[in-house]
Write a protein that binds this ligand. Structure first.
Ligand code: GLA
Length: 730
């Protein structure tokens, strides 16, 4: 997987289908040689690329440590820093005791080890045995300041993924102030790419956007203290002609849940630097002597088969080497959540009635959402007071949980542990426990403030409070919500010069809390949420078994969100619910069948009062749940294909092929019917050409090659219609 050629000074990192090549120039500087299709013959191409070519233009500064002809700004660099003539965004930028910001981190050695060392305090991809990956650790040192950097590259050969991170060690005599600490930068000697990212807002998360690269910097980011609804750290560079199944696409993601930037910088020579990391804006970190700083881990993937190739690599990788714990490989319970059914208007009797009806159609878990604690009658109070609202639940949670359990269902509960209401007992006792800046009024979001998780005692309080509840009440599921972004980022616990560490320290505190709770309560299924999908990222997926994808439960808009999210994330991590109509977010009415089919590929739940459905609708729900229980492994572990794109074609078509290739599910949705619409067959993918597939519902038979080459002809449909085909072969 990792080879070092000492004669040519080349590191070659090889996955099943990709190669990543680093060159060591003048025994000092790391050059980026190549990332792309797997190479078998390394020596010749490298010899042909003369990385020390004489600079064409004297104006470009030469780095004298590397030779009179070496102009860094003309090179593709592996670990760019600032101060010696590279003017693109650096991966590292810091300042030293003398106030200078020039860094020359040069190679001092390397190690190639089996397995993957753990990252300090941060979540990361993992391994199940040391022989499945190799890790390259390159050590760099700045001779003048004593700063050391360790570059980590782990090669997930079978998954076609390489992960990357950096650890800094201050071996000097004075503190170093870290300002840029990117996790990865990949230099390309071309710019004929499109930059692809996923923008959105509350209830409209992760909509794909694609535009050609231009000279200069183009990036997406978050300074909200969370990855946010508005952008996602996952970005791609796609060759201009790349489509769903053709062309080269590079994917880059970050295992982090806080402020980030992910972008592409194109220099004057048409070279592109793709990068991701903690956002340098409003960040600095005082690295004391003999202390270390760990960057989040970046995930790199290359596909020569368009966007589907990105998904086909990232889906198994995320499912198998990011997600973890006892729920990873099992079907999760179908749930009912009372939020859109009742909002704050509930009592024990009403909840039990909802649960009874749900149990009768096969639902397995009842989730009590917001409003069960403190004096919470609306969203103005009580966050932080995690004890029962006696007005609503006079007997407390135990009798309710017992009644749910008696129906054969598990019991789950909503929390928003990172938050505090000004109107709460916790705030009255600890007014300085929230993020704030002395002397300034805190801005409120959803009438609430954010607890200061950069303080260990605040984190400990959350762990203690939740642990005692988890021990007292038979809770088997937690919905962990987070409903506002950071403002007035400041902490009473840190000195002036470390205030810009607070947002990152918050993330470290949060990860620490989740790590402890997950270790203590491995049997509790955890679903992340942040006003829907406001923190839908790989950092959270190291702890949360699934994430509530969006507060938008509309059967049409959900197609867009799920479709575009699926480019970088598998369906199995997406919480997806069927809700009432007219839909509470859009006012649209869609058939219950369509709502069910849209939700089924995700982690299925219902978020409505089933008592309000007609007998016929309820029967459909019963059948949906029965079918889902059978098909969940195909949806979650099978190979997923996007066949039609809702934006472009007014139809959405998704296909799931089981691991053993014997079951194929095709879902087709009409977004908007058109008069005189062209008839277009839907060509399936990934089938066995010589297998005969039988349609479970009609009994019709089709050969695999016919389905893939000629396709299925569908009849005209109405707005919001849907159908599901199940094709089976022996
Ligand atoms: C957020 C969540 C919702 C619901 C409400 C409760 O908006 O995304 O699903 O839990 O909070 O207040």
């Amino acid at each position: 997987m990792i080879f070092f050629d000492n004669q040519h000074k080349i590191f070659h990192l090889q996955t099943n289908n990709s190669s990543y090549v680093i060159g060591l120039y003048a025994d000092k500087l790391l050059l980026h040689v190549f990332y792309g299709k797997r190479l078998e013959h390394l020596m010749e191409p490298f010899a042909m690329m003369d990385k020390s070519a004489e600079s064409e233009f004297d104006w470009n500064p030469k780095c004298m440590e590397l030779g009179e002809k070496f102009a860094p700004c003309e090179q593709t660099l592996e670990f760019p820093t600032f101060g010696d003539g590279d003017y693109r965004p650096p991966m590292f930028h810091g300042s030293y005791g003398d106030g200078s910001t020039v860094t020359k981190l040069y190679y001092t050695g390397h190690d190639i080890v089996a397995g993957k060392p753990e990252l300090l305090d941060l979540p990361s991809a993992y391994v199940e045995s040391d022989d499945e990956v190799q890790t390259l650790i390159i050590t760099l040192q700045d001779a003048l300041t004593g700063l050391q950097a360790y570059l980590y590259y782990t090669v997930y050969e079978k998954w076609d993924v390489i992960t990357r991170s950096v650890r800094y060690d201050n071996c000097g005599t004075e503190p170093v102030i870290l300002r840029y600490v990117d996790s990865a930068a990949i230099d390309f000697d071309r710019m004929d790419f499109d930059f692809v990212h996923f923008y959105g807002t509350w209830a409209r998360e992760r909509q794909m956007e694609r535009r050609p690269l231009f000279h200069g910097d183009q990036y997406v980011d978050s300074t909200r203290g969370a990855t946010g609804h508005c952008q996602n750290p996952f970005v791609c560079l796609a060759s201009r002609d790349a489509t769903e199944d053709y062309g080269e696409v590079y994917g880059l993601n970050l295992i982090y849940s806080g402020n980030f930037h992910s972008g592409a910088y194109v220099d004057t020579f048409g070279k592109t630097r793709l990068y991701t990391g903690i956002h340098p804006f409003d960040f600095s970190w005082k690295l004391e002597t003999n202390t270390q700083f760990q960057t989040p881990e970046a995930v790199m993937v290359y596909s020569p088969e368009g966007f589907s190739g990105i998904s086909h690599r990232l889906h198994p990788f995320i499912r198998q080497r990011i997600c973890r714990g006892q729920f990873r490989d099992v079907r999760r319970p179908v749930l009912i959540n009372n939020w859109e059914a009742t909002y704050y208007d509930f009592n024990e009797e009403k909840l039990v009635q909802i649960a009874q009806k749900a149990a009768s159609v096969g639902v397995e878990l009842m989730v009590l959402d917001d409003g069960w604690f403190g004096h919470r009658d609306d969203d103005h109070s009580s966050l932080g007071d995690w004890y029962e609202h006696r007005g609503r639940l006079p007997g407390g949670l135990e009798p309710l949980a017992a009644k749910i359990n008696a129906l054969g269902m598990k019991f789950g509960l909503w929390f928003e542990p990172e938050m505090i209401s000004e109107n709460s007992d916790l705030y009255r006792i600890h007014p300085d426990w929230c993020l704030h800046v002395q002397g300034r009024r805190c801005s409120e979001g959803r009438h609430q403030l954010i607890l200061d998780l950069s303080r260990p005692e605040v984190c400990q309080h959350i762990v203690d409070t939740l642990s005692s509840l988890f021990t007292r009440v038979p809770i088997e599921y937690v919905k962990w919500d987070m409903n506002r972004n950071m403002t007035e980022v400041g902490s009473a616990a840190w000195p002036a010069e470390q205030q810009r560490e607070v947002a990152h320290r918050y993330m470290l505190g949060l990860y620490g809390i989740l790590r402890t709770l997950k270790q203590q309560f491995p049997h509790i299924l955890m679903e992340g949420c942040a006003g829907g999908g406001g923190r839908f990222d790989l950092g959270m997926l190291c702890f949360f078994d699934q994430i509530w994808l969006s507060d938008d439960t509309d059967g049409v808009e959900r197609q867009y969100i799920q479709h575009d999210s699926s480019i970088g994330y598998p369906f199995g991590v997406m919480g997806a619910h069927v809700s009432a109509c007219p839909n509470h977010q859009t006012g649209r009415t869609t058939p219950i069948q369509t709502r069910g089919y849209v939700a089924m590929p995700g982690q299925l739940g219902y978020e409505l009062d089933l008592n309000q459905l007609t007998t016929a609708e309820l029967e459909q729900v019963r059948q949906q749940i029965q079918l889902y229980k059978e098909l969940a492994p195909v949806f979650h572990e099978g190979t997923f294909y996007r066949l039609c794109t809702p934006e472009a074609e007014q139809h959405t078509a998704w296909e799931f092929v089981s691991q053993n290739k014997k079951t194929v599910i095709v879902e087709i949705f009409t977004v908007q019917a058109q008069a005189s619409a062209p008839f277009r067959p839907i060509r399936l993918k990934g089938l066995q050409p010589n297998a005969l597939y039988t349609d479970r519902y009609t009994g019709k038979q089709y050969w695999g090659d016919i389905l893939m080459e000629i396709g299925l002809m569908r009849s005209r449909k109405h707005d919001f219609d849907s159908e599901m085909l199940i094709l089976e072969t022996d």
